[in-house]
Design a protein around this ligand. Structure first.
Ligand SMILES: Cc1ncc(COP(=O)(O)O)c(C=O)c1O
Ligand SMILES: N[C@@H](CCCC[NH3+])C(=O)O
Length: 434
């Protein structure tokens, strides 16, 4: 079994996360429960930042809060000196409530509403990543109305096919995101933006996709962008101060995954951009990145209680847990794979293969197919690894299942950072028929 960060086995033979017994956590806070290893999130954040420092490059590492946005998480990102990528009014609101420094917030989204843009302008956030012509015009109008000035990046699609699941690809030409770099849209957007007194066009943004295991796509995107920047320097006297190459750095969910180290992504990208900038006689821009998954993914573990089981003779054994696609939709949505152990006997020899079913009324609500596990039954605690990114943030109330609580653990201490939803919470916004 492969353990991450400060996860291991304690003297009671139980799974331990951040120095806290996972079985005790399940008992105290109930299940399902998202548990985060805070030390590991700090280590990941420092890893990215340190690599930029070592390479002597001015940078911003913006945590893509869509991966996991809660007040405590945003405050942790602030403690670690990260910047913040938000993608909706709700994520921006969470950041504001968390007291995150507004000048380090970057606002994304392919359909920002008037209200969301107004909120961003009113809070004077650091940067708006403009995605399309509609937004460009709307932002111009709002800046004029409010006599506001804003730093912007233009999101471009470089026409890169990264090797990942189709649903999490974003840099290809046929994408709902960004201005196309090849067909003249990006240049047209830049011309419009440069003419507007309310904007400081800092540079360009591109994000080629998510859960990417190699640097080829990033390097190719950087090359296409820098070539364009050279042309724009000559033709438009535009010099980018910032190049944001997005997030998407892959992590290890199962033994089949072999991502490179976060530092290696950064090193290779920087080396290439430095080389390209020199080659094309451009000043080295500030490099911004936006990791989400690689900051929080492997720091999260979900604890479930095992419930019913069903044997289909000669076919398979199903073991059901007290959560499922309502707290982790990734297996249903992307056929995502996970590893798991029994938290109350993590080292026991696996003597059977079981498939872990969720409790939702949906055949596709399967968390893990064909998992080797020791004898397991009611009341055992199943710990599913690597659920820190896009687990809680994509959780839902399908079948009116309340969303689980979230606990942060560090140095032997546990802190509840999101309460478990109650049945009262579920009907809180409902109004009676009359
Ligand atoms: C624009 C943008 N930035 C950053 C991210 C974060 O991606 P990841 O969590 O894979 O690092 C995403 C999600 O794919 C994104 O769309
Ligand atoms: N939510 C996705 C990634 C999409 C990221 C946002 N562009 C996942 O769970 O892998």
């Amino acid at each position: 079994m492969y353990f991450y960060g400060s996860t291991g086995v304690n003297k009671n033979g139980n799974l331990e996360i951040g120095g806290v017994d996972a079985v005790e956590l399940a008992r105290q806070y109930g299940t399902p429960l998202y548990v985060y290893d805070v030390a590991l999130m700090r280590e990941r954040a420092r890893g990215f930042k340190q690599t930029f420092d070592e390479l002597n490059v001015t940078a911003q590492v913006a945590y893509a809060s869509k991966a996991f946005s809660t007040v405590a998480m945003i405050q942790l990102a602030e403690e670690e000196g990260l910047s913040l990528d938000v993608v909706s009014g709700g994520e921006l609101y969470t950041a504001i409530v968390a007291g995150f420094p507004v000048e380090r917030i970057h606002f994304h989204g392919n359909n920002k509403s008037r209200e969301e843009l107004e909120m961003a302008l009113d809070h004077r956030i650091g940067c708006i990543v403009v995605d399309n012509f509609t937004e460009l015009e709307l932002l111009k109008t709002l800046c004029r109305e409010k006599n506001a000035f804003v730093h912007i990046l233009l999101r471009i699609t470089p026409g890169i096919e990264a090797h990942t699941h189709d649903y999490i690809l974003t840099g290809q030409e046929d994408s709902k995101f960004g201005f196309d770099l090849q067909n003249g849209q990006a240049e047209k957007a830049l011309r419009i933006a440069m003419e507007c007194d309310s904007f400081d066009v800092l540079g360009l943004h591109c994000h080629i996709g998510s859960q990417i295991f190699e640097t080829t796509g990033f390097l190719l995107a950087a090359k296409k962008i820098v070539e364009k920047l050279e042309q724009w320097k000559i033709e438009l006297s535009f010099e980018a101060k910032v190049l944001n190459l997005g997030g998407g750095f892959g992590i290890r969910y199962t033994k089949e995954d072999e991502p490179i180290q976060p530092s290696q992504y950064v090193r290779e990208i920087i080396t290439e951009v430095k080389h390209l900038a020199e080659q094309h006689s451009l000043k080295m821009p500030e490099i911004w990145i936006e990791p989400g998954r690689s900051l929080v993914g492997d720091a999260g573990i979900t604890l479930y209680k095992v419930g019913s089981s069903k044997e289909v003779p000669g076919v398979r054994k199903y073991l059901a847990v007290d959560g499922g696609m309502s707290d982790n939709i990734r297996p249903a949505l992307y056929q995502a794979k996970y590893e798991a152990v029994l938290a109350n006997k993590p080292l026991a020899k696996a003597n059977q293969t079981v498939s872990i079913a969720g409790k939702c009324c949906e055949s596709g609500d399967m968390l893990i197919w064909d998992l080797p596990l020791p004898e397991a039954g009611e009341e055992d605690i199943l710990a599913v690894f690597c659920t820190g990114a896009y687990g809680y943030s994509m959780a839902n109330n399908y079948n009116r299942i309340p969303r689980p609580a979230v606990v942060f653990v560090e140095n032997g201490r546990a802190a509840l950072v999101v309460k478990r939803e109650s049945y009262e919470d579920l009907v809180r916004l409902d109004l009676p028929l009359k």
